[in-house]
Design a protein around this ligand. Structure first.
Ligand code: FES
Ligand code: FE2
Length: 436
């Protein structure tokens, strides 16, 4: 098949990392380059492999099962972006679960089509049995049922995921993530990928979260139209943006590996990867059936098989060790106790674009127009340390879910979140002083 793809990719080996770089890469190199950290967008991917209408219909079928024909028809007419305007909030979990069931039954077929056409390979591959459907309705609405949706089960499906590597959640370290927009995805309800962290596996808390004092560079964000696929290595640090728009963002995502899945030790999900032939000839179908059946038996005795016969690889955690020591990450001056407080300091210590913590509760920053601002240090959403954030368009941007907060008013686009306190701050005779 000749590809007429509009690919944007990011070569992480280059020092100036910018998503503005646009160039094509040969389709047979995509998988290799993704595992080396490049992020690829294939525009109209689903349409090109002939699956857009099928998945759109399947999604509407799931929605209809949950909320009835009349609402499903309105969503069909107004687009998935209008889901939150049409369904009741108490129907959201059912919409998600029912749609998931319908999509799951289609996963083997469309995973095969994706692998065959996108990666231009006929080799067998492994895909996750359980793809995800992700309905992110605007935060100001979903927060009304905060208690229900704060359960881990909804993390990333309905509520925004914090920064993570997929292997924190027992996914293989060689997994490729395919994140497909079913409706429009805009900046403000999409995905964050932190390119500086690729190949540096960060530690996580026992709850599987990013530690508060872990800093990393700013995120890449993406605008996607329906059918576009964003493809990236699951070991990239990534998170969801908090939905600060007035549109529902609906995405289907799946993971696969082109070689045997490489799990770290103690991976409860390792049995949920299915072996599949790409080629759909009769002979291949028979082979797949035999391989999958024998795999079902073999997985029970996998650990006692010689390595070359195992259906997956298990590496000790040490092989993919934690690394948070890189000097690439901005490390703000630690201000953790009252003794460290430094509310007055030399102007030179705060160049344009820099955020600096000055007490356990306050940060200062110098904006593009040279103005110095001081604000409370922790994000009103989930308390991320804004000392690790960055500045964009006169706003402080939270590093965890990319929420922009005004340096003038302390407000964000999410009305239900409290405002950040803005402190008075002066700059005279090359001295910055914060009045707390
Ligand atoms: S936006 Fe989520 S913690 Fe800041
Ligand atoms: Fe993830």
């Amino acid at each position: 098949m000749t590809w007429d793809v509009d690919m944007q990719n990011l070569n992480l080996t280059e020092t100036s990392i910018s998503f503005q770089q646009t160039k094509s890469i040969p389709a047979n190199k995509i998988a290799e380059r993704i595992l080396h950290g490049e992020v690829v967008i294939i525009r109209k991917c689903l349409q090109k492999i002939g699956y857009f209408e099928c998945l759109q219909k399947a999604s509407l079928e799931g929605i209809q099962q949950a909320v009835g024909q009349e609402k499903a028809t309105r969503i069909k007419n107004q687009g998935f972006e209008a889901v939150h305007k049409i369904i009741d909030l108490n129907e959201l979990s059912d919409v998600s679960d029912r749609t998931y069931e319908v999509i799951r039954s289609l996963a083997p077929a469309f995973s095969k089509a994706l692998v065959k056409e996108v990666f231009q390979t006929q080799k067998p591959f492994y895909f996750e049995k359980e793809p995800n459907v992700r309905f992110h309705i605007p935060y100001d609405i979903v927060v009304k049922r905060k208690q229900e949706f704060s359960k881990f089960y909804w993390n990333g499906k309905i509520t925004p995921h914090g920064p993570h590597h997929d292997s924190w959640y027992q996914c293989p370290t060689n997994s490729i993530n395919i994140w497909i927009a079913m409706g429009t995805v805009t900046i403000g309800n999409g995905l964050n990928i932190y390119p500086q962290v690729h190949n540096k596996r960060l530690p996580c808390t026992p709850e599987g979260k990013i530690p508060h004092n872990q800093y990393f560079e700013s995120a890449l964000n993406f605008h996607l139209e329906p059918g576009d696929a964003l493809i990236f290595h699951g070991e990239h640090l990534h998170s969801s943006e908090i939905n600060s728009t007035d549109a529902t963002r609906y995405v289907i995502s799946l993971r696969l590996t082109l070689d045997k899945p490489n799990f770290l030790e103690s991976s409860p999900y390792r049995y949920d990867y299915i072996y599949s032939e790409c080629n759909d000839s009769f002979k291949a179908k028979c082979t797949e059936l035999i391989v999958n059946t024998s795999r079902q038996m073999l997985k029970k005795i996998n650990t006692i098989l010689p390595k070359q016969n195992q259906n997956y690889i298990i590496s000790p955690n040490a092989v993919c060790g934690f690394d948070d020591t890189s000097t690439d990450f901005p490390k703000p001056i630690p201000v953790e106790s009252t003794e460290d407080i430094k509310l007055a300091f030399d102007s030179q210590e705060l160049p344009i674009g820099k955020i600096r913590p000055v007490s356990p509760k306050i940060c200062v920053a110098r904006l593009d127009n040279n103005q110095v601002v001081a604000f409370s240090r922790y994000c009103p959403h989930e308390g991320a340390d804004l000392a690790g954030g960055y500045l964009r368009d006169q706003c402080i941007v939270c590093p965890w879910h990319n929420l922009p907060i005004s340096t003038e008013s302390g407000a964000s686009p999410c009305q239900s979140l409290s405002k950040l306190t803005i402190f008075n701050c002066t700059e005279d005779n090359n001295q910055v002083e914060v009045q707390s």
